[in-house]
Write a protein of this length. Structure first.
Length: 297
């Protein structure tokens, strides 16, 4: 049972990691917790299903276009909701993020309905339905697909941040926006593109979860978003490697709790792990603890 739960934990942990990276990238550049990121995850699943059913697209093309739509939603979210509040207090941005989350949930209900619906059947590649049975665990083709997509996206993100001009610009904006602007970097453009990258990864995660569990519903992004935020905090908010590790740890803890105790406790166990880590490591695995000076009222 241990190996099977480990496989399940790594699968869902990879999904959490993809979403958590979106949280931590946005926080790294503008110190904003984008609570509407979970809804982009949800929209990615619905976009893919719509492309497959409405336009008859094959799975891989729908996957790619859903990521593009997720990137576009992320950019629109920044331009419409967050950019006008760039100089406002953080509380205003936080309230706006929560408001956009609720708005996108209700928009999805108006477009696709409030009832859960299955992912379009018989659309996945044939090899995704294959199952390999080993001594102590089973592995499906879709498990391997999720592992492969997660690894490729994480490696691609690492190369994007470390090896490209955009990555260098993003790191400069994260360190000091004023100095980055003085150096000739278009700060607003960098922030908007960061939202695009985060949105694309979130949409990919939503599509894979929708297909894996065969269920799509407008509020699916809320729980996944909260857990991914917990994973980002666990790894150290603002740290991309920390978000990856936090997602894996949270997914494995959740799977082990569901397997050895009960699936009813899986959410409580995952948050319990986060609380324990934060109590003993306040900045998370890879975060940096920053002391802020107190301001008088």
């Amino acid at each position: 049972m241990f190996l099977q739960q480990l496989v399940n934990g790594l699968t869902i942990g990879g999904i959490y990691a993809l979403i958590a990276v979106g949280y931590t990238m946005v926080y790294g550049v503008i110190q904003l917790i984008n609570f509407a990121h979970g809804e982009i995850y949800m929209l990615g699943a619905f976009f893919a299903a719509t492309f497959i059913v409405g336009l008859g697209m094959p799975f891989y093309m729908a996957f790619f276009l859903a990521m593009l739509c997720g990137a576009a939603c992320g950019m629109l979210l920044d331009v419409i909701a967050y950019r006008p509040l760039r100089q406002s207090p953080r509380l205003a941005c936080l309230i706006t993020a929560i408001g956009m989350s609720i708005f996108l949930q209700n928009l999805a209900m108006l477009i696709w309905g409030s009832r859960p619906r299955p992912f379009p059947p018989d659309t996945l590649p044939a090899w995704c339905d294959k199952t390999w049975h080993f001594t102590h665990f089973s592995l499906t083709g879709f498990h391997l697909f999720i592992f492969a997509v997660t690894i490729v996206m994480m490696l691609g993100l690492h190369l994007l941040i470390k090896k490209t001009r955009f990555g260098k610009a993003m790191r400069a904006v994260a360190q000091n926006k004023t100095m980055a602007a003085l150096a000739g970097i278009n700060v607003n453009k960098v922030i908007t593109l960061t939202f695009a990258v985060a949105g694309a990864m979130g949409a990919a995660a939503g599509l894979m979860v929708g297909a894996f569990y065969n269920s799509l519903y407008p509020t699916m992004g809320y729980v996944a978003g909260v857990k991914a935020f917990a994973a980002a905090v666990l790894g150290g908010i603002g740290s991309v490697p920390g978000a990856m590790l936090g997602g894996i740890v949270l997914g494995v803890a959740e799977a082990m709790g569901a397997g050895y105790l009960s699936s009813l406790y899986r959410d409580g166990i995952s948050y319990g792990v986060m609380i324990i880590v934060i109590v003993f490591i306040p900045a998370g695995f890879f975060g940096v603890l920053i002391k802020e000076t107190k301001k008088s009222i």
